[in-house]
Design a protein around this ligand. Sequence first.
Ligand SMILES: *Cc1c(COP(=O)(O)O)cnc(C)c1O
Length: 426
Amino acid sequence: MKFTKSFDDPNPIPSKGINNAVRLMKNGMLFRYGYINGGTNDKHTITHNESEVSRLERAFSQYTGHKYVVAVNSCGSAMFIALKAMGVQPNDKVFTNAFTFTAVPSSIVHANAIPVYIECNNQYVIDLEHFKEQIKQQPDVKYFILSHMRGHISDLDKIKTLCDEYGIKLIEDCAHGLGKRWNSEDNEKNNFVGHHSDIACYSTQSHKILNSGEGGFIATNDEQLAAYCILAAGSYEQLYKKHLSRPKDDDLFEDIKLYVPNFSLRMSNLTAAVLRPQIELIDERINSYKEKHDRLITILSDINYIHIPEPINNAEHVGDSLQFNLVGLDEDKINDFVKRSAEKGVKIQVFGIADNARDFRNWQYSFDEMPDMKNTAEIISCACDLRLPITFTLEDIDLIGAIIKEVLDEVTDSELTMALLGQPSN
Ligand SMILES: *Cc1c(COP(=O)(O)O)cnc(C)c1O
């Protein structure tokens, strides 16, 4: 058995997006603010008052249900601006997940702050007991970037309650949270992940549901935070007036604008042109992911050595990737499993191996002393990650499942044989 499709395929750009982009390139209007200030051509000022980026921000806010949305060049930038908007000062400490992607602690370091890591439990989410302990031990930490890593949603209600109780300001990293509901029994917009925090940050990097290569969003219901984020992303003079998804009170901007740095992290119209027609495809993409994700879970769940954690509460899986734990196998066997799977065309990564950017031990830029994250280290040492691109079919999923089964048999058979022969299994 061999699988031949690529596990790295991004979502293709729909033809509407391609046409938008070509039209834009013909007239060259790639800067989101067009010609409004210092422009020489009045006609442009009028026709391009609603730029692609502004229209995208409005469409995105209509999807997520946030009042205000600011488009930026990445989710990392979004988190950095969010921290600045909330008033993070140099050497302030910020809680975040020990299991997440390196862009998250990096955004904290970018803001000259210090990440304080919280252990993940065996459902890949924040370990609430460890979080409570850390709150008690480090009462000076007043911010928290909660990452919904790989779409695994921590207990949002409990975390929110703890944050409120201890005066901790919450930011959600929704790079993998777009379109996910916290309480799936209730289909209200506000049950989308991203509504427990003051600011939610999204990514449109190619491996996320929306694909523009690079890109991100800041989403909030708070008008002061929105004004700060619009200015900090790179809106100067009167340009904030061109935003369609902004607080209407100009004083919110005028009062602070001379005190807010311009970090030049704007999204360009070209990026927005390929993104905007993807907004209406989000639900369709999620349904397609879900169908295949659930099928693979069904196939894998009765295999020995594989354990797939249940989501907590009613959080639902969106499923553009699948994570499972290999239990009862040592490191050599796990490496062997990864290698043999790759030989059969199934690309699996283990988070806690080698230079993986999702292993906290590799974030040495963020600490002087290695944080003691025993549980997280243990979990990521056996946690496997499998991307499930939209291009895969249900038949592809069946084949992937069969290959995983076959490889596990091979890997564990030799263990059995060795044991029978009375030889050490490594
Ligand atoms: C991709 C990702 C990010 C960073 O997104 P960029 O847009 O590349 O900055 C942040 N957090 C998680 C969990 C991610 O997967």
